[in-house]
Design a protein around this ligand. Structure first.
Ligand code: CP
Ligand code: NVA
Length: 346
């Protein structure tokens, strides 16, 4: 059976459960076969030339550490050439429209990995090209981040259940569903949360979400949640303690996303009481071995140092997992017929 080709990746809402499972299985396999340190004598991995000199534009209109580095390293590891295009270096936005830029890139590169402001910009890129377009973050969605979050939950299964062996962890990745865990979100309804809301429930995870009044999930995202049948697995509240009740994972993001800098004072006021701490999770009744996720970059207002740097924190594993998950996305786009791992869902 030939695996379906991934053309664009604008949000995980567009990816089937089977597709999500395949991406996660591939990413776990990439982690397994990639040595932690690249040494001179390591034999070439099968995926080393999968991009076969393909050029991929990294069109970034906002800052990035993890997404940019993971994408550049992923493309180089797979034998392709990343072409990083920062806003000050190119004609876009000054001398040239987005539609014209898209059509020009369509002639010169084989895919576009783009970080944009309004989500409509990435839709415009996709509408004006025939090459694959991957969302490296927009104001509404951050799909590649949430693939890394899913992989982190899956490959940390032993942290949630002390009795799970590493074999059981691997098996849990190959099943349709992840372990039936509850993920709490305490904070802003950001692009990261939105991709969790349309993917986690479809993989068997429950979600409990606390946002301050006036900072809830926008209606277009709620519509996608309902359309995908995810609504019954999600509890929305304005009470952080209620959100963390029974949680195995507690996640958050910055309260001031890129582009919202002018709202800083109002947001710091509105989010008072939303900092993730041991005290909050204990008072709310999180599971005793709850684990912490954050996409980074992190500010101390949304999570204190004790949690962020403490033994519950999976944040640096999560950052590590940006690389194999982005490699898995490129593999699904350019070499779907091979896959990296045997897709267990078949
Ligand atoms: N998590 C994330 O997307 O980080 P960057 O903004 O550094 O890419
Ligand atoms: N919500 C954040 C995520 C950063 C990776 C932002 O959009 O700035």
């Amino acid at each position: 059976k030939r695996a379906p080709t991934l053309r664009n990746l604008l949000t995980l809402a567009d990816v089937s459960v089977e597709g999500l499972q395949r991406l996660l299985t591939s990413a776990a396999e990439i982690n397994r076969i990639t040595p932690t340190k690249i040494r001179a004598l390591v034999p070439p991995a099968p995926m080393d030339n999968w991009l076969n000199k393909k050029a991929i534009a990294l069109l970034f209109s906002k800052r990035s550490t993890r997404t940019r580095v993971a994408a550049e390293v992923a493309i180089r590891r797979m034998g392709g050439s990343p072409v990083f295009l920062a806003p000050d270096d190119i004609q876009l936005g000054v001398n040239e429209s987005l539609a014209d830029t898209a059509q020009v890139l369509n002639q010169l590169v084989q895919a576009i990995f783009a970080r944009v402001g309004p989500h409509s910009d990435i839709e415009a890129l996709a509408a004006n090209t025939t090459i694959p377009v991957i969302n490296a973050l927009s104001d509404l969605w951050h799909p590649t981040q949430v693939l890394a979050d899913l992989l982190t939950i899956a490959d940390s299964a032993a942290r949630f259940n002390a009795n799970a062996s590493s074999t059981e962890q691997q098996i849990s990745l190959g099943k349709k569903h992840l372990p039936p865990l509850t993920v709490a979100w305490v904070g802003d309804s950001t692009n990261v949360l939105h991709d969790m809301l349309v993917s986690f429930p479809r993989l068997g995870l429950k979600m409990r979400v606390a946002t301050p009044k006036g900072y809830g999930t926008p209606e277009p995202i709620m519509a996608r949640i309902r359309e995908l049948g995810c609504a019954d697995s999600i509890v929305f509240t304005h009470d952080p303690q209620e959100a963390v009740h029974g949680a195995n994972v507690v996640a958050t993001d910055t309260w001031i996303s890129m582009g919202q800098e002018d709202e800083k004072a109002a947001r710091l006021e509105a989010f008072k009481g939303y900092q993730v701490t041991e005290a909050l999770c204990q008072a709310g009744g999180a599971e005793p071995n709850w684990q912490f996720l954050h996409c980074l970059p992190r500010k101390a207002e949304e999570v204190d140092d004790a949690v962020f740097y403490g033994p519950r924190s999976l944040v640096f594993r999560e950052a590590h997992n940006r690389l194999p998950t982005i490699q898995a996305v490129f593999a699904a786009i350019f070499r779907p017929e091979y896959g990296v791992a045997k897709p267990h869902y078949e």
